[in-house]
Design a protein. Structure first.
Lengths: 108, 123
């Protein structure tokens, strides 16, 4: 099973600032990495797939990068609606599909 | 926009079977082209994949659930369902259903999700 580790667990950021979230895989997942945004009581939303491709309707301030075992989600200028929990997911070697533990982005 | 909505009992007794349904709107599941799946989130924890299946009925589930999972599709109602047997308190979680995109058939990720249904396992 590929273990996904996200850091930090919590990120405190002021609106308008840049946020950088990390995701590490226990072995290579090639580029088969997705990012999701989740707000309490709402459906999780796909942000990024294939490491760096934005899903339909996702603003350009969200970008993904990385390869193999190290990945990054960057939010260039945080908006109020971006405060949420973010999860990475590998889909390279499965079953099982595995998620990271999440990074909570909170208002500083 | 594709929408999914989970439904089921909020409270289930230990050792019993959980049954959940996911109603899909704005997309006909009989059209094919996508897989369907379930994910859960125990209280205060992250996301755990439960299983994924496709229209012909091929299923993949998380080995951690030790074969307790059954998934099926009901094209007449445009919905799909999940059953988890032999429940314990550890199965208490928010259960999400999702549509699964699989480029090339091998690389599945979740492009649309439901809002989730809280299931508590308690006597």
């Amino acid at each position: 099973e590929i273990v996904m580790t996200q850091s930090p667990a919590t990120l405190s950021v002021s609106p308008g600032e840049r946020a950088t979230l990390s995701c590490r895989a226990s072995q290579s997942v090639s580029s088969h990495l997705a990012w999701y945004q989740h707000k309490p009581g709402q459906a999780p939303r796909l942000l990024i797939y294939g490491t760096s491709t934005r899903a339909t309707g996702i603003p350009a301030r969200f970008s993904g990068s990385g390869s193999e075992t190290e990945f990054t989600l960057t939010i260039s200028s945080l908006q109020s609606e971006d405060f949420a929990v973010y999860y990475c997911q590998q889909y390279h070697r499965w079953p099982p599909l595995t998620f990271g533990g999440g990074t909570k982005v909170e208002i500083k | 926009q594709v929408q999914l909505q989970e439904s089921g009992p909020g409270l289930v007794k230990p050792s019993e079977t959980l049954s959940l349904t996911c109603a899909v709107s704005s997309y006909s599941i009989s059209s094919g082209g996508y897989y369907w799946g379930w994910i859960r989130q125990p209280p205060g924890k992250g996301l755990e994949w439960i299983g994924t299946f496709n229209h012909p009925g091929i299923t993949w589930d998380n080995p951690s659930l030790k074969g307790r999972v059954t998934m099926s599709l009901d094209t007449s109602q445009n919905q799909f369902s999940l059953k988890v047997t032999s429940l314990t308190a550890a199965d208490t979680a928010i259960y999400f259903c999702a549509r699964v995109t699989t480029p090339g058939g091998d690389w599945p990720y979740f492009d649309y999700w439901g809002q989730g249904a809280l299931v508590t396992v308690s006597s």
